[in-house]
Design a protein around this ligand. Structure first.
Ligand code: SAM
Ligand code: SF4
Length: 328
């Protein structure tokens, strides 16, 4: 079992499998001039499987695949097939922009990978295109509805962006009220696709909740697991639920059970801090297993207590790393 220096159990790995993406969401990436890492700096699928197996041995029982866009990696299903065979791994989930998932939906279902988070920041085609800088709304919408109707546990991630999509907060709840889906509104974080700092972010947890409350006063707060980052609610008469993730207010650090490994092998023990070690060279060397285990133990042995503490590792308020390498 992995326990950090603040006595928090770490059992959840967020594994980024690539830094590449076929969209250019304006809060995540600049429109061009992105410095993607060279292919040989990315962990291969074999290495991702090896790292996952070692971490599962150490006590990880939940893995979320993220990126970049996981499905731009043509060999993603090889990794997913291997993960489903791993003893001790109880929960495999994927975060995706749902542009490329279509051809894989049947196999995901067969493999029993049912938890899919879809990032969708607008239900309006033009707004979607402005935010993502790509014309993919119809594909995303079709894949989303297919995932929901095929019985996947779908959560929609909707980042509330000042001046861009706040007009869609209520409509997305209205459109999704007939579906068994959770719509989660996220506070925007100042990663390097955007130019904001924390102080200037208007749509914080409280503002989002108040906005929803004006239209839907009849909602109840739901019980959520301690480790949940979202605070969840159910509107009377709606089939699904909604949640708010206070990404920059950070009320969830006390029970944080997460470890992140980026596509280049960086180990991140707090989303708001800097990488603590890198596994790529270690996994490519002799005694990889022993050395990875020891590097992980050292990293989680010096974890920041809160995201605010970890943030001090950055010199500016706009983080100098990107969500597309960290994976959210
Ligand atoms: N491409 C996939 C997707 O978009 O779902 C997976 C990777 S993406 C980096 C993972 C999550 O990070 C997405 O839900 C995305 O909305 C979120 N994200 C990216 N940039 C963000 C930011 N500046 N603030 C908050 N969340 C962000
Ligand atoms: Fe790509 Fe996801 Fe970032 Fe959008 S949020 S640019 S889909 S990695």
């Amino acid at each position: 079992m992995l326990i950090d220096n603040h006595n928090r159990k770490i059992n959840y790995l967020r594994l980024a499998v690539t830094d590449r993406c076929n969209l250019r969401c304006n809060y995540c990436m600049p429109s061009e001039g992105i410095d993607f890492v060279k292919n040989d700096k990315l962990l291969s699928i074999k290495e991702l499987i090896q790292v996952s197996r070692i971490l599962v041995d150490q006590g990880i029982d939940k893995i979320r695949i993220t990126g970049g866009e996981p499905f731009v990696r043509k060999d993603l299903m090889v990794l997913l097939r291997e993960l489903t065979k791993m003893n001790g791994l109880d929960d495999i989930s994927v975060t995706t922009n749902a542009t490329l998932i279509g051809p894989y939906i049947d196999e995901l279902k067969q493999l029993g990978i049912k938890n899919i988070n879809v990032s969708l920041d607008s239900i309006n085609r033009d707004t979607f295109e402005r935010i993502t800088r790509r014309n993919q709304f119809d594909t995303v919408h079709n894949n989303l509805i297919r995932l929901i109707t095929e019985g996947f546990n779908v959560r929609i991630n909707f980042i509330v962006l000042d001046g861009q999509n706040e007009q869609d907060i209520l409509p997305i709840l209205e459109v999704m009220k007939h579906y068994n889906v959770s719509v989660r509104f996220l506070e925007e974080m100042p990663f390097n696709g955007g130019s904001k700092n924390f102080a200037s972010i208007k749509w914080n947890y409280k503002a989002i909740l108040e906005h929803i409350n004006k239209e839907y006063p009849d909602f109840e707060k739901l019980e959520s697991p301690d480790t949940s980052t979202s605070i969840n609610y159910k509107i009377k008469g709606h089939k699904g639920t909604f949640g708010i993730i206070p990404s920059f207010s950070r009320t969830f650090c006390g029970s944080c059970n997460r470890l992140r490994v980026t596509a280049t092998g960086d180990v991140i023990t707090c989303l708001y801090g800097k990488p603590k070690t890198n596994l790529r060279d270690i996994v490519r060397s002799n005694s990889a297993e022993e050395n990875i285990k020891s590097a992980i133990l050292t990293a989680i042995g010096s974890r920041a207590k809160t995201g605010f503490d970890a943030q001090k590792e950055h010199s500016t308020t706009v983080f100098d790393n990107s969500m597309t390498s960290i994976g959210g």
